[in-house]
Design a protein around this ligand. Structure first.
Ligand code: HEM
Length: 466
């Protein structure tokens, strides 16, 4: 970009950000979004609406961005002018406290630096064997002909894996408590976010009291893990060990509360997203037997039930299926930010740069699911086609922020290598063991809670392959 072009943009009058049609004079778009948020996300892509405003609760008018160029401005180039949006920051705070997902500025930078080594490529490779073993053990228990909710089974498995790998401790036995409490908290959070008058979690409404009780149950599990480790005095080289051993610049250790916040963040961020990504993989594979057969051939060629990190290079289709499933159904379907200054977003993707003025306090929502369904980036965008991620030179590869499953910029997912490795290994282990047939022909619809889940779960019949 030449200096001249920058000057040109600086003097250009900002373009008006249009209000989306169909707003009710009183409640704006609240009802429309409540009934069909994901439909709206897809509609914006279909109708090539790169940027628009909605009218929601409390007179707020969030700006939705369905353009990779503008997403790059928000998440990357101009990231310093944004913080996490009100919704996440306020409503997830009782659950996640000041953990990495919800903290800002210095606290965030300090803790990101502290946690990064635990999730670096080199270190997580050692978790691969365990992921393979746990996955093979889970699927070995599936009986030929039985029906089960694959979504729930995988949620349990990923929770067990995050517990074991990051905390070297068995969360497995507490999986029901944790799973149910997390679901309860998340349903309440999303209920609040999509209501016309959101009530902050501090107000003791019956709903907020139930949420507090659920958080207490979660706290009991996490504080127990911390207590057990402190009592044992062992450093097992996992994340919990690193948190306990870490010191601030003045030499003080992290408080139990801070350790709890980071641990809760990893448990939440580290299992729900991966489990949903895998559930969508299984759904799509069940509906695309041609891809499933190719995948079975790839996995069978390994000749083992429990794949490990060393096998990943021989599973390219597995990785492509995972990425394509997350393109169609991104677990983090929206990424939200709030502007801390007046900031101009500049779209330079067309012949003429276009400038959009965002006022201090405005919320900007990056429409990840919509960007993933743009046909200029992904031809026939609604088609499940993992080969997009095997073919070199595809359109999305040349466009920054065309693929946003893990976000972008300084707040990009710190667990992305972990998630891809886990997804690939689990998918291979499941494919090796069984074919999963959907028990109903009805399409499964996405349910946009904090992450994008298959609504009502994923009922499948097991056909054992070995
Ligand atoms: C398929 C699985 C996953 C998906 C789709 C996913 C997606 C994302 C996205 C989109 C963000 C950025 C959110 C934002 O910018 O507002 C994020 C952040 C984060 N993710 Fe993941 N994630 C996954 C797995 C994991 C795993 C396995 C872990 C931990 C073991 C993890 C831990 C985190 C943390 C701590 C952050 C906050 C990072 C920061 O703000 O510095 N995620 N994730």
């Amino acid at each position: 970009m030449s200096v001249d072009a920058n000057v040109d943009v600086a003097v250009r009058r900002p373009a008006y950000i249009p209000m989306m049609g169909g707003a009710d004079p009183i409640i704006g778009h609240v009802r429309v979004l409540r009934r069909g948020r994901t439909e709206m996300q897809l509609r914006l892509a279909r109708e090539h609406i790169d940027v628009t405003r909605f009218k929601v609760a409390l007179g707020l008018e969030p700006v939705w961005v369905t353009s990779p160029a503008l997403a790059h401005e928000v998440l990357g180039t101009k990231a310093a002018s944004f913080v996490k949006a009100f919704g996440l920051a306020v409503f997830l705070r009782p659950l996640l406290g000041d953990g990495l997902l919800t903290s800002e500025r210095e606290t965030h930078a300090k803790h990101r630096k502290l946690l990064a080594p635990a999730l670096a490529h080199r270190r997580i490779a050692s978790y691969g064997d365990l992921m393979g073993e746990r996955a093979a053990r889970t699927v070995a228990a599936w009986k030929d002909g039985e029906t089960l909710d694959a979504s729930e089974a995988i949620m349990r498995l990923t929770l067990e894996i995050v517990g074991k790998t990051l905390f070297d401790s068995e969360v497995g036995g507490d999986a029901d408590v944790v799973g149910e409490a997390l679901t309860e908290v998340m349903e309440r959070v999303i209920g609040q976010l999509s209501s016309f008058v959101p009530v902050p979690p501090q107000v003791p409404t019956p709903s907020n009291l139930r949420m507090r009780a659920a958080i207490k149950r979660l706290d009991a599990v996490v504080y127990r893990l911390v207590r057990e480790r402190k009592a044992s005095g062992e450093d097992r080289g996992d994340l919990l060990g690193m948190l306990l051993a870490s010191r601030y610049e003045d030499g003080t250790p992290m408080s139990d509360r801070q350790i709890r916040d980071e641990a809760m963040t990893m448990i939440l961020a580290g299992h729900e997203t991966t489990a949903n990504a895998l559930a969508w993989c299984l759904y799509l594979l069940a509906r695309h037997p041609d891809v499933r057969e190719r995948l079975e051939a790839e996995v069978d060629a390994l000749g083992k039930d429990a794949p490990s990190a060393a096998d990943l290079e021989r599973l390219p289709l597995c990785l492509a299926v995972l990425k394509e499933a997350m393109r169609l159904y991104p677990p983090a379907y929206m990424v939200a930010r709030r502007a801390t200054d007046d900031v101009d977003l500049v779209d330079r993707s067309g012949d003429e740069p276009r400038v959009y003025a965002i006022k201090k306090g405005n919320v900007v929502l990056v429409n990840v699911m919509g960007i993933h369904r743009r046909e200029d980036l992904y031809p026939e965008p609604d088609r499940f086609d993992p080969d997009r991620f095997l073919d070199k030179g595809a359109a999305h590869e040349h466009t920054r922020c065309a693929y946003l499953s893990f976000g972008a910029g300084p707040r990009v997912c710190i667990g992305n290598h972990f998630a891809l490795m886990e997804g690939q290994i689990l998918l291979a282990a499941i494919t090796r063991a069984a074919r999963l047939e959907l028990t109903s022909d009805a399409p499964v619809v996405p349910e946009p809670l904090v992450t994008l889940r298959p609504k009502g779960g994923l009922r499948v019949r097991v056909h054992r392959r070995c």
